[in-house]
Design a protein around this ligand. Structure first.
Ligand SMILES: [Zn+2]
Length: 130
């Protein structure tokens, strides 16, 4: 179990934040919200970060990704994938979305699963019998 303690916010030095030994740089929610208020100019990323505000309020990972982007304007593939996954999970948990994309074998009968490997057009490699 991680030992957590209260540490003053690194930014405003006013609010206390729960931190662990791993946390080098802590930001209180107030300061995080300020950091997240930055404008995203890239329309693609704007859409990417366009999720319900309560998601950010509830999930520190989502906040950290957005802040990271605003600070460096760059995200790794892992960060993007993680962000999408968390948003997806939260949408499902809140009943905003049905877990339809889950790879469950729900509609196996609908589509033919077996691949036909037989070549449709036989090659004329062999010479015909004489
Ligand atoms: Zn603060």
């Amino acid at each position: 179990m991680a030992i957590s303690y209260k540490q003053k916010c690194s930014r405003c030095n006013k609010n206390y934040v729960t931190a662990t030994w791993k946390t080098r740089y802590v930001l209180c929610l107030e300061c995080q919200n300020k950091e997240m208020a930055g404008e995203i100019t890239n329309p693609k990323m704007k859409k990417f970060f366009d999720i319900p505000p309560e998601f950010y309020a509830e999930n520190s990972f989502l906040r950290s990704i957005k802040i990271n982007y605003l600070r460096y304007e760059d995200l790794s593939g892992d960060q993007i994938a993680g962000f999408k996954r968390v948003v997806e999970e939260m949408r499902i948990a809140k009943g905003m979305k049905k877990p339809a994309l889950a790879p469950k074998k729900a509609k196996s009968a609908a589509a033919p699963a077996s691949k036909k490997v037989k070549p449709a057009t036989p090659k004329k490699a062999k010479p015909a019998k004489k």
